[in-house]
Every structure is written in C-alpha cells, then in structure tokens.
Design a protein around this ligand. Structure first.
Ligand code: PGA
Ligand code: ZN
Length: 434
C-alpha cells in the first residue's frame, strides 16, 4: 500500500442545472488526499454514447439515480479500494470490465464517469498540484479559445428554432480574459436587441437567450447585429460558430426544419449551410448532418471543410476509434470531447489524442445538464485542447467553468498563451490573416 492507494469510494445523489438528479463521487486516498466529481447529462445525445443509469419509475420523471449512486458506493468501491489512484488507465479499464455491458449501462455511465474523474482529482490532490498542472506536467499548454452561446435553440429550447447553438468565438482577443470581456458585451447587446424587438423571453437550458425568432436566418442576422452593436468587426474580430445538432431533426437522409417549414435531403442541408457560410461570418459548424448520415458528413467536409471547422459531436461521441475512422474518411476536421460520452478519463483522453494525431480541432465540452463541477476547465487547459465549449454567458453552472479558466490564466501569468486563431483548423483561419 502507498499513499495514493484508494481507501474509500462513496457515491451521493446531487442535483443538476435542470433540477434533475445526478451522481457525485468522492474518493479518499490512504494519505488523506481527496477527489470529487459530478456527472453531467446531455439532452441531444448521440446513440453511441455511454449510457446513463436512471431508475425509471414515478420519481422525478424516471430520472432518479439511486441505482447508479449505490453502484458507486457498492460494487465500484469494492473494485477500486486498494488500487493506486495514479494508475488512471488501469482503474478505467477495471471499471469498464466490471460493467461488462459494452456501453457502461449496467453500472451507469453517470456512475463511472463521476468515479473516473474523482480518481483523477484525488491523484492531482496527492501531487499537491492543481488538476490542469498535474495533467500538463512540464508541457506548455494554451488557454483555450472559448465558443460561447448567445442564443440557445433545438432540444434546449423545446425546438423553438432548429439550430441548437448560435455561438460566438473571439479568436482575435489577446487573452481568455479579453475574450470573455468581448463576449459579455455581445451577450448584453444581444439581450438589448431582443428586448427592443419585444422578443426577450428569458434563457434556454445553457443560458443563451430564448430564441423567439421566426427563422434560423433571423437568429443569424440578430447575432451579427449584436456583434456590431458591441463594437466588434464580424469575421475579423468575432466569428460565429453553430451547433446544428442535426441528429435531432434529421433521420434517414430527411431533415425537417420545423421553423422554416422545410424538408430537405442531405444535399439540400449541405447547400443551405453553404449559403449561411456565404452570407455570415461562420468559422465553425458542429454536427451539420445527422449521426446516421456518414456520406453527408464526407460531402459537407469536401464542400466546406476548406473554409470552416467541421465538428463531430453526436457523430463521434468522444470515441477514439470513430475519430480515427472519420479522419481516414475525411468526414470532419474537428472533434467535440465530452467525458461522459466516453465514460472514462482515459477514453476521453484517447479521443482527444486521436483528434490531435489527425490534425483536427479539439474542443472540450460541457453538457446541457451541468453543475458546479469544473473538471472540464482543467482538462481543456491541461490537455491543451485549444478550444472550450460550455454554453452561454449566464447561469452559474456555465460561469463556474469560464471563471475557472480565468483563474488558471492568472496563475500562469506571463507564461499564459491564449490559443486564439491557432486553435482552429487551417481552413477556418484562411483569409482571416492568421
Ligand atoms: P447536450 O448538447 O449536452 O444536450 O447533448 C450539447 C451539444 O450538443 O453540444
Ligand atoms: Zn453538439
């Protein structure tokens, strides 16, 4: 037994930003070091994700997690006690083997990811370093370029607009701190524009303004006006990033745009997004096609990957094998990295490494159901992902992550390097002077 041997593992039910139950895990090591992490939860989930364990039944709409919590304190604790917390890969492999289902659904993806991240925190605590530094070691890391939601639609706003995230990126800012300053002004300007148009109706699940628009284009127009109203040059200083989350409204090659009352095939979707790329300063598009439309992804990337970042979320589900295959097929040029899609820290890291090996943009991301847990801010910096997606610029489960990056940037002092334009794939930077 060493100081970093796991002495205790405990699960607990806590609550997420949608008021739903979720799993928290606590780890205590023999030397007294502690780690804690909370599982997030998605709403627009990919079918290949690790599967959360929910109780079903009448309580909390079937979403209770007493089974998953009991798995942490019971079976998982039994398997992990006595193991060395520094052996993250060994522990994550043991959790996958113990689950045995292939998708973590037996123990629960929520139980496993909370435990895996708590082990990581305990190991960092034992080293006496902040988590990001524990992960970075001696390597130079960048503070990531944030993409921050201004309007939230899709599954996060009862389908009020088809597109899920209308976001801004501030790659011309000099620092993470300045990128947040700019975003704050744009978020405020967008709110003022909504108010004066009589369309201010509160916020969606990730804190972006509720999208009371009559078309997807109206949202894009309003976003450009907000950027200008805040005093920034759209495209040069502040760019637009979209998460289409097309799996939510597309299946078998048919895309039903409810708001525009249009039904498009895959080629029609690609043409529509091409027009948006022509008309608006968009540098990044996530899940432009549905997860079942592999040919569509290849066609979209062939047509537009030379001028914009093409991110796979539901399509890649933070899976290293899928990332490598997508790179081979030229289906994308960037990957979203969500720890709870993979289920373990090791699997998450492998997906990110596969993305980097392919020359992809890599974006560590939150879920729409979040908490005060800021682990992903440390992963984004410590693993040098270059980009970071957390939702909007309101609600404390979002702000907690942005604020944690501010603290890390401050701690790095003159060593801090903001990723800025360097985080985007070459095509997305082209013609923009970087
Ligand atoms: P989710 O969506 O967390 O609701 O799945 C976030 C995203 O699509 O990026
Ligand atoms: Zn997404």
């Amino acid at each position: 037994m060493t100081g970093t041997t796991i002495a205790a593992v405990r699960g607990r039910r806590v609550w997420d930003s949608r008021g739903r139950p979720t799993v928290e895990a606590d780890i205590v090591l023999a030397n007294g070091a502690r780690g804690r992490a909370i599982a997030p939860a998605g709403a627009s989930t990919g079918s290949g994700e690790a599967v959360d364990r929910r109780d079903g039944g009448p309580a909390f709409g079937g979403l209770d997690v007493t089974g998953a919590v009991a798995a942490v304190s019971g079976e998982i604790a039994g398997a992990l006690k006595g193991r060395d917390a520094l052996d993250q890969a060994g522990i994550d492999g043991a959790l996958i083997a113990l689950d045995g289902s292939g998708n973590l659904g037996r123990l629960g993806g929520n139980a496993v990811v909370a435990t895996s991240m708590a082990v990581l925190h305990a190991a960092a605590a034992a080293s006496g370093k902040p988590l990001w530094r524990h992960l970075a070691g001696d390597r130079n890391v960048r503070i990531p370029l944030p993409e921050i939601q201004i309007f939230g639609g899709g599954a996060h706003a009862a389908g009020r607009v088809d597109v899920q995230d209308f976001m801004v990126m501030c790659p011309a800012a000099d620092s993470f701190c300045e990128a947040l300053d700019w975003t704050a002004e744009i978020y405020r300007a967008a709110g003022a524009l909504m108010k004066s148009a009589g369309k201010l109706q509160g916020v969606a699940d990730e804190g972006g303004f509720w999208p009371a628009f009559s078309s997807n284009e109206e949202a894009l127009d309003t976003l450009v006006r907000a950027i200008e109203a805040a005093g920034f040059r759209p495209g040069d200083e502040v760019a637009i990033s979209l998460d289409i989350a097309a799996s939510e409204f597309g299946r078998n090659g048919v895309y039903k745009l409810a708001l525009d009352e249009r039904e498009l095939d895959s080629a029609g979707m690609i043409a529509l997004l091409g027009r948006w790329l022509d008309n608006y300063p968009i540098v990044s598009i996530e899940d432009p096609l549905a997860e079942d439309d592999a040919e569509g992804f290849v066609a979209f990337t062939a047509a537009h990957g030379g001028r914009c970042q093409v991110i796979g979320d539901d399509y890649l589900v933070t899976n290293a094998g899928r990332v490598a295959a997508a790179a081979r097929d030229k289906a994308l040029n960037a990957v979203l990295i969500k720890p709870n899609q993979s289920g373990t820290v090791t699997g998450t890291r492998a997906a990110l490494d596969a993305g980097k090996a392919a020359g992809f943009g890599t974006i560590v991301s939150a879920r729409s159901g979040e908490t005060e847990d800021v682990t992903i801010a440390h992963l984004a910096v410590g693993w040098d992902s270059g980009q970071f997606k957390v939702g909007s610029f309101s609600r404390s489960e979002r702000m907690a992550k942005w604020n944690e990056c501010l603290r890390i940037e401050e701690e790095l002092g003159t060593e801090a390097v903001f990723a800025g334009w360097s985080a985007l794939p070459a095509g997305a930077r082209r013609g923009r002077g970087r």
